[in-house]
Design a protein around this ligand. Structure first.
Ligand code: G2I
Length: 509
């Protein structure tokens, strides 16, 4: 909607970030201090193009300080994952509780963020008393709920998911107390009640599996076309975008968003994540990165697309493993709150660098073996690091992990650098025991550098490493997580590279 409306929350307007970007460029042109500018955040990158990047969150997570720091800095809008739902706000008829939702709006205000209110009318997380009402009382219960909740958050919420998930997969209306009592008119009634309670909020209908063209999104299209024609107050349509690598990318997502925009409505991606069957592997992660990229590109390509919200930004708090046992790895940050390579993909899709000045995704590890003996008393990995980014990487911020199993014998190790064009004096090496030992990975060789810079496109060349147990007992390398058999260099996704503590390459065991 209008910029004037949006400027209620400073961070959601595009202008400050644009200015910031201009200032950063100006400083560089003026030959200012060599110190690298702070990379723009995801939200700042998006805001420079008139969009927002948001994240879902929830009350228990806000007491996790490192989590909250990233939530507050990297994202421009937040959505309460649970605390504004009916069961949270009106657990008993007429008794309203706003403490948890207020904690979310307080957090947003303190961090200059907007809030997507979620959600006023939904068949799920609905307290039992609603379904138990006689049909003739459902409408007044619904309009009262909306008046109280949207009224309470008036001025604090940018946009409301007024009606959530009203459709079946075939595009017909989903059954529930509201449809049963009022027919599909409940949707218009809910929108009118929300408009009366908060005339400034953008009012959305939100659903999943409507992201691409198909029967379900056709149902949504028919509904909102009628609402617009009838003058019902509706501002936008939300596309949840809970995707999975095993189900393919929604067909025609950009065209789908555009046809709703062409009705004169805003659109938004409201709950993006891309799950996969665990364990993750390079092929699944590549598919996932492609899906994230295409979703962001679709939003950027549609002028009326307001922004993209991820359904929490870290695997630490993703809903996926709880709802789909065996699946996960669906978000941008790992369980240790480190940005994953897909974070860099999203940055690039938003027109930024992939993490900036040593950020994620700028180094890759290659590996070759010169050790065909898997049962002797030494392990001899040869590594090559390549700078795939467009900024120099300070090697003193880089660490590399090669995982192996120690087997029986001494628990202490000796490590060696046999040769490197960097000079073995600049290469540090030690063996670290895993906190959580895994098969083939109860230890790793940890490699670092005392200094040096790797220019864009440059490679370190051979780093020839060797380790043994102090009792010189044998290894069985055949099952070692990071070991490969190739004698010439290939990309090594099972060797991890961290830059400044953030995972830049590889998959941990
Ligand atoms: O299911 C994913 C999302 C699909 N679209 C609508 C969203 O509202 C929905 O969000 C999720 C929350 O992220 C979960 O956190 O909605 C789930 C329930 O439908 C939420 O899960 C529930 C658990 O099922 C409960 O056991 C738990 O008590 O979260 C509750 C609060 O943590």
């Amino acid at each position: 909607m209008s910029l004037a409306k949006r400027s209620r929350h400073g961070r959601t307007a595009g202008i400050p970030a644009l200015l910031l970007a201009v200032l950063a460029v100006t400083t560089a042109l003026a030959g200012g201090p060599a110190q690298a500018a702070e990379p723009l955040t995801l939200h700042e990158l998006a805001a420079a193009q008139g969009k927002y990047v948001g994240s879902a969150t929830d009350n228990p997570e806000l007491s996790d300080a490192p989590y909250a720091a990233i939530l507050g800095s990297e994202f421009g809008r937040i959505t309460p994952g649970n605390s504004m739902k009916w069961d949270a706000t009106e657990p008993q008829q007429g008794r309203f509780t706003f403490e948890r939702g207020d904690a979310i709006t307080d957090f947003a205000r303190a961090h200059g963020q907007g809030v997507r209110g979620h959600t006023l009318v939904w068949h799920s997380q609905l307290p039992g008393w609603v379904a138990a009402l006689p049909p003739e009382q459902v409408e007044s219960a619904m309009t009262n709920h909306i008046a109280q909740v949207a009224g309470h958050y008036r001025g604090a919420v940018e946009a409301w998911d007024v009606v959530n998930e009203p459709f079946n997969e075939d595009g017909t209306f989903r059954a529930g107390p509201f449809l049963d009592a009022m027919g599909s008119d409940y949707i218009a009634t809910a929108l009118r009640a929300a408009h009366a309670a908060d005339p400034d909020a953008d009012l959305y209908i939100n659903d999943y599996n409507t992201d691409g063209l198909g029967a379900k999104s056709d149902g949504m299209y028919r509904l909102v076309s009628e609402l617009v024609a009838e003058g019902v107050p509706i501002d936008g349509v939300g596309f949840q975008s809970h995707l999975a690598v095993q189900y393919g990318f929604p067909e025609g997502m950009r065209q789908n968003l555009q046809r709703f925009a062409d009705l004169g409505l805003d659109v938004a991606v409201t709950e993006l994540d891309v799950r996969m069957q665990l364990p993750a592997d390079p092929a699944k992660l590549a598919t996932q990165a492609g899906y994230y990229q295409r979703v962001f590109e679709a939003c950027l390509a549609v002028t009326r697309c307001e922004g993209v919200t991820v359904w929490d930004y870290t695997d630490k708090y993703s809903w996926v493993p709880g709802a789909f046992p065996g699946q996960g790895a669906a978000t941008l940050y790992d369980e240790n709150l480190l940005p994953k390579p897909v974070y860099g993909t999203v940055r690039t899709a938003l027109g930024g660098d992939d993490g900036g000045g040593g950020g994620p995704g700028t180094l890759k590890a290659q590996y070759r073996t010169q050790d065909q003996a898997t049962g002797d008393n030494q392990i001899k990995p040869v590594l090559n690091l390549v700078n795939t980014g467009d900024t120099p990487v300070d090697l003193s911020t880089v660490t590399v992990r090669y995982w192996f199993s120690g087997e029986a014998g001494a628990a202490s190790y000796t490590t060696w650098c046999d040769w490197s064009p960097l000079g073995c004096g600049t290469v540090t090496h030690r063996v670290v025991a895993a906190d959580t030992p895994k098969a083939g990975a109860d230890h790793h060789l940890d490699v670092g550098f005392t200094g040096g810079t790797l220019a864009p496109g440059a490679a370190t060349g051979d780093i020839q490493l060797r380790l043994n147990k102090t009792d010189w007992s044998n290894f069985d390398e055949a099952d070692d997580y990071s070991r490969g058999t190739g004698t010439s260099y290939t990309d090594a996704p099972k060797i991890a590279v961290h830059i400044g503590g953030a995972l830049a390459w590889g998959i941990e065991p």
